[in-house]
Design a protein. Structure first.
Length: 214
């Protein structure tokens, strides 16, 4: 398989977003996979939905490249880990207009969209999505399989644990130390202090609304 050939898992609207990003970077999309039977065989941006990813065997995953165009952090993480386990590849895709510090560390299966600014010694862990126009200040760490939404701003030296969702236009100010795993920050929220794991926060300043799975 060519280094520039890739399949997309997820034939929804975000699949189309990732299709465009991949093509900008010179990839050829060979096909889509989706679990929704109604989508099987249809064309997405001129490329067919080939089948269900869950029905592929190990040899069909081995040495192929996959984009996982799924916003749900846990589902995306599980799929990418499975792909990597069976020898498939999850390339990182970085839009050419993104500004990435040469000292930043970017994991595998990371998607960084247009006009994002990643500062000095930021670490973006595997399977994370950074949407357009996000700013992440120096020395911040973003854990595995997070999603940081459009126009969010993240201050310096903050530890964001795995599978966090940071909503559109939200701000996490410098001085915050830690955002707990699996926590959601609502759109437009302003985070002024550390956040617990597995909770939903919103507002200005951000306040805990509820505990997940309580």
């Amino acid at each position: 398989m060519s280094k520039k050939e890739v399949y997309i898992i997820g034939a929804g609207t975000y699949g189309e977003v990732m299709h465009e990003l991949a093509e900008i970077l010179g990839y050829k999309i060979l096909g889509y996979y989706d679990e929704n039977e109604e989508k099987l065989g249809i064309d997405i941006m001129g490329v067919k939905v080939l089948g269900k990813f869950s029905e592929l065997n190990c040899s069909e995953i081995f040495d192929r490249q996959y984009i996982v165009a799924i916003g749900n952090n846990l589902i995306r993480q599980n799929l990418m880990q499975l792909i990597n386990k069976y020898g498939g590849k999850t390339p990182s895709l970085i839009h050419p207009t993104a500004v990435i510090s040469p000292s930043a560390e970017i994991g595998k299966g990371v998607y960084i969209h247009a006009n994002t600014n990643i500062w000095t010694k930021v670490k973006i862990s595997d399977y994370t999505i950074i949407s357009p126009n996000v700013v992440i200040a120096h020395h911040t760490k973003v854990g595995k399989a997070c999603l940081i939404s459009t126009l969010a701003g993240v201050g310096a030296s903050i530890n964001i644990e795995e599978r966090c969702f940071i909503g559109m236009g939200s701000t996490i100010v410098t001085g915050v130390n830690n955002i707990g795993k699996d926590t959601t920050v609502g759109a437009g929220a302003v985070v002024l202090k550390d956040l617990d794991s597995e909770c939903v926060y919103a507002g200005v300043p951000a306040k805990k609304l509820r505990k997940l799975n309580a």
